[in-house]
Design a protein around this ligand. Structure first.
Ligand SMILES: Nc1ncnc2c1ncn2[C@@H]1O[C@H](COP(=O)(O)OP(=O)(O)O)[C@@H](O)[C@H]1O
Ligand SMILES: [Mg+2]
Length: 468
C-alpha cells in the first residue's frame, strides 16, 4: 500500500491560502456589522473544514509524487504511485516515468560504452599506464601488468620505471606540457628497447590527466642493427680483395710492366682474389634466394643417399689435397624426404667443406645417413610426429669452443676470421646451411669436443607415407 500521508503543516498552509479570500470577505462583513463575529467565525470554520476535506486527497497525490521523485533522484528504482484524484498529477507521473525510461536506457548505453572502453584499454597489446597528479598511477592495462609483473595502481610510476628521462617527461606532461616521446632501454632481465609516449588527457573521473604508452622496439632495433652489420660486413669482405686487385693492377701498369716473372705471380694472386669475390657474391646470392623461398617448403621427394654420394664426389679433390678420406655410412632403410635436391646438395657440401677445412690432415670425415632415432634432440622435437631422417658430417678437427656454438650460423661469424679467409671461407657457409634447414622445416644440431672434433647433424622430416 503506497503512502499518501500529507504533512499537517502543508495541509494547513494550503488550506489557509485557499480560504484567504473568504476570510477577508467575512472580516469585511463583520467590519460593516452585517455579520456578528461569532457567525463569521462559525462560517469560516465550516469553509475551512470543507476546504481541508476537499483539498486533502489532491495534496495526497502530490505528496506521493514528490516522494517518488525524491526516491528516483536518490537512485531508488521505486514503482510510480497511482494518483486517484488529480488528473494533472497522473499526466506528470506519466511524463516523468517516460523521462526515467529514456534516462535508464541512456545510462545503460553509457555503461556499455564505458565497459567497452575499459576492455579495449585492457586488451591493447602495448603496456598503458594512466596517471594523475604527482605521477600517481590510477590504472594500468593487462600488458603493463605483465611487463611490470604486478599492479602498481595508487603508487608512483617511479616504482617500476626509474629512467630519469621517462619520469621527467611524465612530470612535464602532467604539469601541462604537450605530449612527449622518449626512447629508453631496460637492461634487466634481458635488454629491451622501448619508446615511451606520454600524452595529456582531459581530466578523467579518477583524476587521470595523462597516459603513458610503452612500445617495445627491441626487434626493430635488432633487425636494423643486423642489416647495418650485414651491409658493413659484406662491403668489407668485398673491399679487401678489391683493393688487392686494384693495387696489383696499378703495379702491373707501372713498375712491374716489364717484369714477366712478377706479372705471372701477380696475375695468380689477382685470379685468387677475383675468385674470392666471385665466391662471396655466389654465397650472398644463394643466401638471398633461399631466404626468399623460405616460407614455401619444397615438395619434391629426395633420396638423401644419392645427394650424399654426389656431394662426396664433388668434395673428393679438396679432401685429397689434405690426404683425408671421405667415408659414407648409409642406412638403406632411410626414408626419402620432401626437399629440393640442389639445396640439399649444397647443404651437405658446405658441411663437408668445413669438415675438410677445419679437420686435421690425414684424418677421415664421416657422412652418416640414417632414420633419426628417438628421443630426438630438443631442437628437432617438432619432427617426432611423422618420422625423421638424420644426416651428419663428423670430422676429427680441433673442435669448436662451446661459447661459439650458438653464433656459428650467423652471417660472417667465424671463430677465427683470418684463418677462415686464408682457407677461402666467406663466413656464409653455415648461414646458408641454416636457411636451407629452415626451408626444409628441419633442425641443425652441432656437437663438438675441443681437441676431438665436431659433428654437424641435420634432422629432416621424412616424406609422408615413407616414414619409419
Ligand atoms: N667442422 C668445423 N670444425 C671447426 N670449426 C668449424 C667447423 N665448421 C665451421 N666451423 C667454424 O664456423 C665458422 C663459420 O663457418 P662457415 O659459415 O662455413 O664459414 P667459413 O667456413 O666460410 O668460415 C668457421 O669460420 C669456423 O670457425
Ligand atoms: Mg664454410
Amino acid at each position: 500500500m503506497e503512502r499518501r500521508a500529507v504533512p499537517p503543516q502543508r495541509l494547513m498552509a494550503t488550506m489557509l491560502a485557499v480560504t484567504a479570500p473568504s476570510a477577508a470577505t467575512l472580516i469585511v462583513l463583520v467590519g460593516v456589522t452585517a455579520l456578528s463575529p461569532l457567525a463569521a467565525l462559525a462560517a469560516y470554520g465550516v469553509i475551512a473544514a470543507t476546504t481541508a476535506f476537499l483539498i486533502h486527497p489532491h495534496l495526497g497525490d502530490l505528496a506521493a509524487m514528490t516522494r517518488w521523485m525524491r526516491s528516483l533522484a536518490q537512485g531508488v528504482d521505486a514503482e510510480p504511485p497511482r494518483p486517484r484524484h488529480e488528473r494533472l498529477v497522473v499526466d506528470m507521473i506519466a511524463a516523468i516515468a517516460q523521462l526515467r525510461r529514456t534516462w535508464q536506457s541512456k545510462q545503460s548505453e553509457l555503461a556499455k560504452a564505458a565497459r567497452w572502453h575499459e576492455t579495449l584499454f585492457d586488451r591493447l597489446p602495448d603496456p598503458l599506464v594512466l596517471m594523475a597528479d604527482g605521477r600517481r598511477v590510477t590504472r594500468i592495462n593487462e600488458a603493463a601488468r605483465a611487463a611490470f609483473g604486478r599492479d602498481i595502481s595508487g603508487r608512483d610510476l617511479a616504482v617500476v620505471l626509474r629512467t630519469p628521462a621517462v619520469l621527467e617527461a611524465a612530470d612535464a606532461v602532467l604539469g601541462g606540457a604537450p605530449g612527449q616521446e622518449v626512447e629508453f632501454t631496460l637492461p634487466v632481465p634481458v635488454e629491451r628497447v622501448f619508446i615511451a609516449r606520454v600524452e595529456r588527457l582531459g581530466a578523467g573521473a579518477d583524476g587521470s590527466t595523462a597516459i603513458l604508452a610503452l612500445h617495445d622496439i627491441t626487434t626493430v632495433r635488432r633487425i636494423e642493427q643486423m642489416r647495418a652489420d650485414f651491409v658493413a660486413n659484406a662491403s668489407h669482405e668485398l673491399r679487401t680483395p678489391l683493393s688487392t686487385l686494384l693495387g696489383f693492377i696499378e703495379t702491373l701498369k707501372g713498375a712491374a710492366s716489364d717484369d714477366a716473372e712478377a706479372r705471372d705471380r701477380f696475375l695468380g694472386i689477382m685470379h685468387e682474389q677475383g675468385t674470392r669475390m666471385a665466391r662471396l657474391i655466389n654465397d650472398l646470392l644463394s643466401l638471398s634466394r633461399i631466404e626468399l623461398n623460405e616460407h614455401s617448403p619444397p615438395s619434391d621427394r629426395v633420396a638423401l643417399a644419392h645427394i650424399a654420394e654426389r656431394a662426396i664426389e664433388a668434395m673428393q679433390p679438396l679432401a685429397a689435397a689434405k690426404r683425408m678420406t671421405l667415408v659414407a655410412r648409409i642406412d638403406a632403410a632411410t626414408p626419402t624426404v620432401p626437399g629440393q635436391a640442389d639445396e640439399l646438395t649444397q647443404l651437405v657440401q658446405n658441411l663437408l667443406e668445413n669438415a675438410i677445412k677445419y679437420g686435421r690432415e690425414g684424418t677421415p670425415v664421416e657422412v652418416t645417413l640414417r632414420p633419426a632415432g628417438r628421443p630426438l634432440p630438443t631442437a628437432a622435437a617438432h619432427l617426432t610426429a611423422g618420422g625423421a631422417v638424420a644426416i651428419s658430417v663428423a670430422d676429427q678437427g680441433e673442435g669448436i669452443a662451446r661459447e661459439h656454438l650458438p653464433r656459428l650460423t650467423e652471417r660472417f661469424y667465424r671463430v677465427d676470421t683470418a684463418r677462415s679467409r686464408t682457407l677461402g671461407g666467406t663466413g656464409l657457409g653455415l648461414a646458408i646451411v641454416k636457411h636451407i634447414v629452415n626451408r626444409h622445416r628441419g633442425a641443425l644440431v652441432i656437437d663438438s669436443t675441443m681437441g676431438r672434433g665436431s659433428v654437424f647433424t641435420v634432422f629432416l622430416p621424412a616424406a609422408s607415407g615413407d616414414e619409419t
